[in-house]
Each structure stands twice: as structure tokens, then as C-alpha cells.
Design a binder for this molecule. Structure first.
Ligand code: 3NM
Length: 215
């Protein structure tokens, strides 16, 4: 799991200035190792269009051999035969979601501090997403920014559990997140709104690799 978290792209059509499928394909070519379909917020597709786009995303992920995870929506994840689901603190009980998706699918959980991390891990998460690392304008209802220090705090208690940082991460600060102990970085805008998603992913990947070396 930890390897998949190196460069994790989270995205829906509402995050893109260019064709979302092309953005995803380029991002994977540039080095993205995992993808989360997060069709959410203003301008997001609903109903059958949401499902159809998800299917295209899944095909793109699988043609390059990376996991396809669905944000929040267990029904959509099952319908699309996704590789996993990612849930927030408010999206339901970890154990309950686990019983719905089975042991084969991945379950990611957002955590904002050591306490939430501990709970998610004990309840059976496969990885945790910790944020916000930095200020972000992409998600409006984030918790207070405490930065990569939270990753260090979680690492002290769970030295080996798969952890990815999220929130305001760019090529300028990805190194700080990984050198603090995260297995990788999760981004929305740094790739989805880049002029060239291939280059954006390559540059981020380089910072992650550098961070892993000096951790
Ligand atoms: N979750 P960007 S921050 C989806 O803190 C999400 O849990 C967050 O977008 C959290 O990479 C965030 O554009 C948005 O800052 C990340």
C-alpha cells in the first residue's frame, strides 16, 4: 500500500481546466501512483454522467496499472467495481464501510490528528490521509492547518502504517511532507490545474523521491 501512496492524485471534473480523462492519463504518465475519483462541490457531475466519467477514469487507471479509489460513495465504488473507497471523518463508521466493501478493497480514511489516526487504524483502515498540510483553496471546510508536524506525531506512534499528506501540497513543499515521514503526497490542484499535467506530476514525484531519501 505504501508504494501506491507516493503520488496520489485526487480529482473530479470540477477540478479540471482541461479534459479530465486526458489530465488523468498525462498525470499517470508523469508518475501518479494512485487515483481517487472525487466528483464533489460546485460544477460536479451527478447521476449517470458521474458514473460514466468514473468508468472512464477507472479504465485509464487500470490500463496503467494503478489503483482506482472512489471518494465517500460506497454505492458508486461497488457499481464501478473500484479498488477502494476513501472516507472522511463524517462519512460513516470505518467498520461499517469495511463490512460493505469486503476485505479485498482498499479503505482510506482522512485523519487530522493522532487520535483520529489511531481510531481509523484500529478500526481497519488500509491507509490514512492526513491534512491539511498547508493552506488550500480547493476544499472549503478543512480543519486548521498544523502542517507536517502532524505526520511526525503520527509516525511516533505508528512508524510503519501507510500515511499520505494532503492539502495545499505543491512541488515547493512536497519534500517537507515526505521528509516528515509520510509515504507520499496527495494533491488536487497541483496537477489538475497545471498547464501540463505530465510535467507537474514528474516534478512532484521528484520531490517525493528526494524526501524519501532524506527521511
Ligand atoms: N482534503 P489541493 S485538503 C480533499 O485536509 C482534501 O483532509 C483535505 O486540494 C484535508 O491539493 C483537501 O488543491 C484538498 O490543496 C486538497
Amino acid at each position: 500500500m505504501a508504494e501506491h501512496l507516493q503520488l496520489y492524485l485526487v480529482m473530479g471534473s470540477q477540478n479540471c481546466y482541461q479534459d479530465p480523462i486526458e489530465v488523468l492519463q498525462k498525470a499517470i504518465q508523469g508518475g501518479v501512483t494512485c487515483f481517487q475519483y472525487r466528483e464533489k462541490g460546485s460544477g460536479a457531475k451527478v447521476g449517470s454522467e458521474r458514473g460514466e466519467l468514473g468508468l472512464h477514469f477507472k479504465e485509464a487507471c487500470h490500463s496503467y496499472g494503478i489503483p482506482f479509489i472512489v471518494n465517500d460513495d460506497v454505492n458508486l465504488a461497488m457499481e464501478l467495481e473500484a479498488d477502494g473507497v476513501h472516507i472522511g471523518q463524517e462519512d460513516g463508521m470505518v467498520q461499517e464501510i469495511r463490512s460493505l466493501i469486503g476485505s479485498e478493497r482498499l479503505l482510506g480514511v482522512s485523519a487530522h490528528n493522532v487520535h483520529e489516526a489511531e481510531k481509523a487504524i484500529k478500526e481497519g483502515a488500509d491507509y490514512i490521509g492526513v491534512g491539511p498540510m498547508f493552506h488550500t483553496s480547493t476544499k472549503k471546510d478543512t480543519e486548521q492547518v498544523r502542517g507536517p508536524i502532524v505526520i511526525r506525531e503520527i509516525r511516533e506512534v505508528f512508524p510503519d502504517f501507510p500515511v499520505v499528506g494532503i492539502g495545499g501540497i505543491s512541488k515547493r513543499n512536497a519534500y517537507d511532507v515526505v521528509s516528515s515521514g509520510a509515504n507520499g503526497v496527495a494533491v488536487i490542484s497541483a496537477i489538475s490545474q497545471a498547464e501540463n499535467a505530465i510535467i507537474a506530476a514528474q516534478e512532484l514525484k521528484q520531490e517525493v523521491e528526494y524526501g524519501v531519501l532524506t527521511e
